[in-house]
Write a protein that binds this ligand. Structure first.
Ligand code: PHE
Length: 346
């Protein structure tokens, strides 16, 4: 085969090889085989030395053309491989914006906390502030300073969890009243105290060893039972509807005198009488009263100067009435099917 024929074959050979390659490194190596310093073209040029001037001229021109053609071919292949790599990457990273989004489950606010937030909202709007206290309380704050000395029979109204003779898990939020009074030292007070309380009750549909109260305390000059009634009527309307009425019945709590039990007119029958209100037209919702003089005195208030009222709302009780929940244990067993009903975003 003549030198010329051999050169002509180089293009075909390169075409065949290029068709197989799809890797940039390999392409580089193959390119060197043809166009490198010791490549096929360089070799052909070197071999020309012994040829005639004419032949050298012709082969020189031809090999230059072939060299150029090869360079173009390798360059085109390089681009093709690079494009393929980029396309593959784009494809694998493509985001289909029309696909439905992933639904990330979010929690909701527990129904009891929702009711507490509603109560806070209502009472803050009436000028109250929110006070809090510890769940582990002293016997002194929880009872003694609330007119319940050690051994007083009315202590039996609540079954308690004592940690030692002086400390217990608070059985009511009333000790927060005591703490606030000691702190305010004779000055007027207008607070609500929401929080957890504990009693040694066996759990059933209406009892739980842990539940929530929201206590209220207002102390100032010339505060009367009528003010208490107003504060509670607002609560009843906000929680159970504008048409609700309340009534006060005489009762007993050691820390209030007089003491009352407060009923709200039944929302189911509108006061006519039904099973929920046991045909009375009224549902009992909380205890309240005018703060007992002894309680005022024990925490640094002069009953001749300052009087006031206190009330204790059972948060579960009003939540159950509001949403017609028939078992208090629902609040504490954390069944998401129950809790999800109270979620704003479902
Ligand atoms: N602390 C009382 C209870 O738990 C409720 C109450 C609070 C009554 C304030 C009167 C005044 O039973």
């Amino acid at each position: 085969m003549s030198e010329l024929e051999q050169l002509d074959k180089v293009i075909d050979q390169a075409d065949n090889e290029l068709a197989e390659i799809n890797d940039l490194n390999e392409l580089q190596q193959r390119k060197a085989n043809y166009l490198g310093k010791k490549g096929i073209i360089a070799q052909a040029m070197a071999n020309m030395r012994d040829l005639t001037v004419e032949a050298r001229k012709e082969i020189g021109m031809r090999s230059n053309k072939i060299k150029q053609a090869l360079e173009e071919k390798f360059e085109a292949k390089r681009k093709a491989i690079e494009d393929a790599i980029i396309n593959k990457k784009l494809q694998s990273e493509a985001i289909d914006v029309t696909l439905p989004g992933v639904n990330i489950p979010v929690g909701g606010i527990h129904p009891l906390n929702q009711i507490i937030m509603e109560l806070e909202d209502l009472y803050i709007g009436m000028g109250y502030t929110v006070a809090e206290g510890p769940e582990i309380e002293t016997d002194e704050n929880c009872f003694e300073k609330l007119n319940l000395p050690k051994g007083h029979p009315a202590r039996d109204m609540q079954d308690k969890f004592y940690i030692n003779p002086e400390l217990l898990l608070r059985s009511q939020t009333s000790p927060v009243q005591v703490r606030t009074m000691l702190e305010k030292n004779g000055k007027p007070i207008k607070i609500i105290c929401p929080g957890k309380v504990y009693r040694r009750d066996a759990d059933d549909a209406t009892h739980s060893h842990q539940f929530m109260q929201c206590e209220g305390l207002v102390l100032g000059k010339n505060i009367t039972l009528a003010d208490l009634k107003g504060a509670l009527l607002e609560m009843a309307k906000k929680m159970f509807g504008e048409e609700r009425e309340i009534r006060l019945r005489p009762s007993f709590f050691p820390f209030t005198e007089p003491s009352v039990e407060v009923d709200v007119s039944c929302g189911l029958c509108g006061g006519k009488g039904c099973n929920t209100c046991k045909q009375t037209g009224w549902i009992e919702v909380l205890g309240a009263g005018m703060v007992n003089d002894n309680v005022l005195r024990m925490s640094g208030y002069d009953p001749n100067e300052i009087q006031g009222f206190a009330f204790g709302i059972g948060v579960e009780r009003i939540t159950m009435l509001k949403y017609r929940i028939d078992d208090i244990r629902n609040f504490y067993t954390n069944d998401v099917r129950f809790l999800n009903q109270f979620k704003e975003v479902k």
